[in-house]
Write a protein that binds this ligand. Structure first.
Ligand SMILES: *[C@@H]1O[C@H](CO)[C@@H](O)[C@H](O)[C@H]1NC(C)=O
Ligand SMILES: *[C@@H]1O[C@H](CO)[C@@H](O)[C@H](O)[C@H]1NC(C)=O
Ligand SMILES: *[C@@H]1O[C@H](CO)[C@@H](O)[C@H](O)[C@H]1NC(C)=O
Ligand SMILES: *[C@@H]1O[C@H](CO)[C@@H](O)[C@H](O)[C@H]1NC(C)=O
Ligand SMILES: *[C@@H]1O[C@H](CO)[C@@H](O)[C@H](O)[C@H]1NC(C)=O
Ligand SMILES: *[C@@H]1O[C@H](CO)[C@@H](O)[C@H](O)[C@H]1NC(C)=O
Ligand SMILES: *[C@@H]1O[C@H](CO)[C@@H](O)[C@H](O)[C@H]1NC(C)=O
Length: 689
């Protein structure tokens, strides 16, 4: 019966003289069956990317990614009995279909996303999504019984969200992509019963049979290489009642979609029948797949590539993103004038890696002019401290960098070695020798580390070290360098507890941030020499004043200015130098020494240091000793003069008030904060350099 039917169809083909042409089966069953041996002139309803090529191949998708294509048999088919709706036999009719397909992936053996035979209530699938939805469903309606869609998928991508078993499987789908049954692509050999794998996306033509037994409510799906006889044992045999799925009259079609991988999905021939087996295709009439596409690949590649390709694709994406990311992340500012400073220039990338991307766990400190990170240079394994200074002004940057580089040539055991710099947009990075013992004030006030307070010996050594470093800057180097921000926080301790001065020149950088007619006074309250408010002239005496404050701080263990303490003045402000001066006037200077020392120090040394602090803190710059004298006093090479009797308590403060210092002295309560004050002063230049 079947054979004679096929014969009839073939006869019809020849009768119409349509070689390779579609012949909607007009015989036996009317609109209940059709056969297409190739699709030229078949009159399928196509949408999306689907086209019929001149040789009759139906190409459901071309190589454009993220698109879909459908081909429908134009006429609707009656899947339920022909009785009037009221008396309709609700059991869906049996049907059978077969088609020959080929999936040609452009990238050897990775494919996307597969194709499907389907039964749907409508030919309008514009709402369906491509890619893993195979052009049949979308993320909203997937799995919804109102879809009334039955499909058999040939799926070449593993989509975990649909519980796909692998990237090469056949599945039976009802209203969604979560298959009711799925098996790896292959077939059972008739003679031995042994399962043979097939690769759906090999580019080779293969044939699929879908048979639905309406009475038994069983779907069988069978797969085989093209032109091989239909295997007796189906690949999938699953109980599915389609009575409620296919909705009365429905359309049958073929659907395909592409994802990220460039893949062509072809169908070479297709037949369908209700209530009987699908007509046999005439292989001789089917269009052929191009040779290049069906070319076999080596087994090794077949095995390795499905694994390697997604990895390669991922790697490529990763590489591109990485390059873009690096461009952005390691972007630096470099200008022509910097060429001469080349050796002092660090690459941002190195500094980035040295500090693990400026990770918070490497943060040594923050405040003042920026954040400081500990780092280990990738190549030399040198430990460094990287100071990141926010700085937007390009003006003056060249001169500053020139200074940085010249400061980098400073060599002294009481000076933190500056190794170099790096510039980025809005950021300046300064690279220093790493000082393992951190800043002196950490030790002085013992916060954080619970270390015992510094001994007198250590304090005296620090004072001597800083004096020696300043002397070098002021007098012993090729040019006069004024540090401008001497304070306990900027005195760092190396591995041998040698005090070293750090943070040169940043004050100057900040001064230049303003316009040419104005300048900032930059420094730290309590360390700022009073004459700065009046003259803004930066002289070595400015450093001496700050050194005096530092010396008193180290000897007394108190900040130069404290707020809200018991022995404060009327403004609630404790001024260390005034307090020490008062004690000196009262002949009780010894009481000023840090009580945490418990008197464990030579009294005459403490007196010398305290008096030195007072001398250096004198409000009149001319009354302060030079650093060379300071070193001589400390070394006992010259006798320390008594502070002048005229040196009155509150003098400094009064001068400050007269000079307009008070307004901002009051507005910066924390003595450790770096303060900046702007005033209109013409032509100010460092008296130092
Ligand atoms: C693929 O098909 C789409 C839709 O027909 C078309 O826009 C696109 O140009 C085609 N791409 C190629 C490479 O043929
Ligand atoms: C429905 O049709 C099947 C044959 O397709 C038949 O066996 C069955 O008896 C029918 N049921 C009713 C209720 O008519
Ligand atoms: C197809 O369906 C979409 C929504 O799913 C609708 O917007 C469109 O008008 C429909 N097209 C036709 C021809 O019915
Ligand atoms: C299924 O689709 C119908 C019609 O589109 C909708 O009303 C219903 O909420 C959907 N059900 C689920 C569970 O999404
Ligand atoms: C078929 O493929 C599966 C996995 O894809 C593999 O485990 C199995 O060994 C293969 N069988 C043959 C006969 O190649
Ligand atoms: C489906 O397969 C089973 C098991 O091989 C077989 O018994 C049954 O007849 C098949 N049904 C159809 C409609 O091919
Ligand atoms: C399914 O069939 C019923 C009854 O024939 C009809 O009311 C309904 O609209 C159909 N659903 C779809 C999605 O075609």
């Amino acid at each position: 019966m079947l054979a004679s039917f096929s014969f009839l169809v073939l006869l019809a083909c020849h009768f119409h003289g349509l070689s390779h042409a579609a012949v909607p089966a007009a015989a036996a069953g009317g609109d209940s069956q059709f056969i297409y041996n190739g699709f030229a002139g078949a009159g399928l309803d196509l949408d999306g990317m689907a086209v019929v090529e001149p040789d009759g191949k139906l190409m459901l998708t071309n190589v454009t990614s993220q698109l879909k294509g459908h081909a429908f048999h134009p006429a609707a088919l009656r899947f339920h009995g022909e009785a009037p709706a009221s008396a309709r036999n609700s059991t869906a009719r049996s049907f059978s279909t077969t088609f020959v397909f080929a999936i040609a992936a452009e990238y050897v053996t990775v494919s996307g996303n597969g194709l499907a035979f389907f039964v749907a209530p409508t030919k309008n699938l514009t709402a369906a999504s491509p890619s893993q939805f195979l052009g049949l469903f979308n993320s909203e309606n997937n799995g919804n019984a109102s879809n009334h869609v039955f499909a058999v998928e040939l799926d070449t991508i593993l989509n975990p969200e649909f519980r796909d078993i692998n990237s090469n499987h056949v599945g039976v789908d009802v209203n969604g992509l979560m298959s009711v049954a799925a098996e790896p692509a292959g077939y059972f050999a008739d003679d031995t019963g042994v399962f043979k794998n097939l690769s759906l996306y090999s580019g080779d033509a293969m044939q699929v049979w879908v048979d639905y037994d309406g009475r038994a409510a069983v779907v069988n799906v069978t797969l085989a290489p093209a032109e091989a006889p239909k295997p007796k044992k189906p690949l999938i045999s699953v109980s599915v009642d389609l009575s409620a799925v296919v909705n009365g009259t429905a359309y049958v079609g073929l659907s395909s979609s592409t994802g990220p991988f460039r893949t062509r999905h072809y169908v070479l021939g297709w037949s369908f029948a209700l209530d009987s087996a699908a007509p046999m295709l005439d292989y001789a009439k089917l269009p052929k797949m191009p040779r290049a596409v069906t070319k076999r690949r080596s087994r090794a590649i077949d095995v390795a590539l499905p694994v390697a390709m997604p990895l390669l694709a991922l790697a490529a994406v990763a590489c591109v993103s990485l390059l873009a990311w690096r461009r952005f992340r390691y972007a630096e500012l470099r200008e022509d004038w910097e060429v001469e400073f080349g050796p002092h220039r660090f690459s941002y990338k190195d500094l980035f890696h040295a500090t693990d991307g400026f990770d918070g766990k490497h943060l040594l400190g923050a405040g003042g002019f920026g954040r400081v990170y500990k780092g280990v240079l990738p190549e030399s394994k040198t430990e460094v401290a990287v100071k990141v200074v926010s700085h937007d002004a390009r003006q003056g940057m060249k001169q500053f960098v020139a200074e940085v580089v010249s400061i980098g040539r400073l060599r002294h055991r009481n000076v933190v070695q500056l190794l170099g710099y790096c510039r980025r947009r809005g950021e300046l990075l300064l690279v220093y020798d790493y000082m393992p013992n951190g800043s002196l004030d950490r030790w002085l006030y013992g916060y954080g580390n619970g270390a015992p307070p510094l001994s007198w010996e250590q304090r005296l050594r620090a004072v001597r070290g800083v004096a020696s470093g300043l002397l070098y800057l002021h007098e012993d180097w090729e040019q006069v360098v004024v540090h401008r921000d001497v304070k306990a926080n900027n005195v760092l301790l190396d591995g041998e507890m040698n005090a070293r001065l750090g943070d040169f020149g940043l004050a100057r950088l900040y001064e230049r941030g303003a316009g040419p007619q104005t300048t900032h006074v930059v420094g730290t309250m309590g360390y700022l020499a009073p004459e700065l408010a009046r003259t803004r002239r930066v002289t070595p005496a400015v450093d001496v004043f700050a050194f005096g404050a530092f010396v008193l701080e180290v000897a007394c263990g108190r900040r130069p200015i404290e707020r809200g303490v018991g022995d404060s003045d009327g403004d609630g402000r404790f001024v260390l130098v005034d307090w020490v001066l008062e004690l000196w006037h009262m002949g009780a200077l010894a009481e000023a020494a840090d009580p945490r020392l418990r008197g464990d120090y030579p009294a005459e040394e403490a007196e010398l240091v305290l008096k030195l602090g007072l001398l250096c803190s004198h409000p009149v710059p001319g009354e302060r000793p030079s650093m060379r004298q300071v070193v001589q006093y400390l070394d006992g090479d010259a006798p320390l003069p008594e502070p002048p009797r005229s040196y009155q308590s509150f003098t400094a403060l009064a001068m400050m008030q007269n000079d307009g210092f008070d307004s901002y002295a009051a507005s910066y309560p924390s003595s450790s904060a770096t303060v900046t004050s702007v005033g209109a002063v013409s032509s100010v230049h460092s008296g130092g350099t």
